[in-house]
Every structure is written in C-alpha cells, then in structure tokens.
Design a protein around this ligand. Structure first.
Ligand code: NI
Length: 174
C-alpha cells in the first residue's frame, strides 16, 4: 500500500492560494502525481489538484473511468495546464469536491474547453474536453488558482454549504 496524502478540507488558506508553475517534470513531480492519483482513488474522487494535498505547484490528476463497473483506469496527469479555448456554449452540471465533502451544487461552465499542458513525461500535450471531463478539468484548474466550485454560488448557498461542512467536522464525521 503506497502512502497517501491527507486531503485538505475547507476552510484552509492553501485552498485559496495560487499554485506556482512547475519548472521541470522530474522524478519528484512524477512521484507527487503517483501519490496524488493513489490519494484520489482512495477517496474516491475523479479529480485532485495539488492545493488539495497542501502543495502549491500546478499539478492535477483526473480519472473518469467507472471503477464500480470495473473499467480499466484511465489516469490523466496535467502539469501547468492552461485553457487555450473555451466554447461559447455553456453547460450546467452538479459538482462536488473532495475538499468540500458530501456537498453538491449545480455549476455553469463553458461546455467544451481545449487545454494545453505537460504530461506525465513532461511532453507538450493537448486535450479537448466536453461533458463531465470539461467540468472536471475546469474545476481542477480552478483549484490551482485558489478557486472552489462554491465560489460560483450565491453567498447564501455558499455559506450554507460551509456551515454543513463545519458541522460534519464538529461531529468528527470528516
Ligand atoms: Ni475540488
């Protein structure tokens, strides 16, 4: 069993901080990505950004394969991801977040985005994402900019969710 990171739960300043670009995808960064992926699978979740494990470099991992259906894993590793195109068409989907456990809300985002990034081996790569993958990659890139999905909600809704998380923390459910 590989060791895992602790996932940071809101509120925490690291979730509000901007992650810094990675200079080089070296062994240390690959180790971080492996450990983040293991942490995400364990949670379980479909995406995880460095801020959520207390690290402030621009690294994220995702895997949208359905593990309950025993689909084979399809991990996506992104370093320094950048949205280079977004559709005018918008999409509304329910989102959740490992740093805001058990809370869900509809979020509106561009339906399709094109993302440029460095892959696991440090090579230039691009991904065109729509549907759930589009929401997921935008959500994770937001994390690297210190933005949470609840930041798109009204302050009323956001505060309701934050109070619920606080309550779960107090009850030691999280
Ligand atoms: Ni999240």
């Amino acid at each position: 069993m590989s060791d895992l990171y602790d996932i940071i739960i809101t509120p925490d300043p690291v979730l509000k901080a901007e992650a810094q670009p990675v200079n080089k995808v070296d062994e240390a960064v690959r180790k971080q990505m492996d450990k983040m992926l293991a942490t995400m699978y364990d949670a379980p979740g479909i995406g995880l950004a460095a801020n959520q494990v207390g690290l402030l470099n621009r690294v994220l991992v995702m895997d949208l394969s359905n593990r309950e259906e025993e689909e084979s894993p399809e991990p996506i590793f992104m370093v320094n991801p950048q949205i280079i195109h977004e559709s005018e068409e918008m999409s509304i989907m329910q989102e959740g977040c490992l740093s805001i456990p058990r809370q869900y809300a509809d979020v509106e985002r561009p339906a399709t985005v094109r993302v440029k990034y460095l892959d696991y081996n440090g090579k230039d790569a691009e991904l065109e994402a729509s549907g759930l993958l589009s929401h997921c990659v935008q959500h994770e890139i937001d994390h690297l900019n210190g933005v949470l999905f609840i930041d798109y909600l009204s302050s009323l809704k956001r505060n309701m969710i934050l109070r619920k998380v606080e309550k779960l923390k107090k009850q030691r459910i999280l």
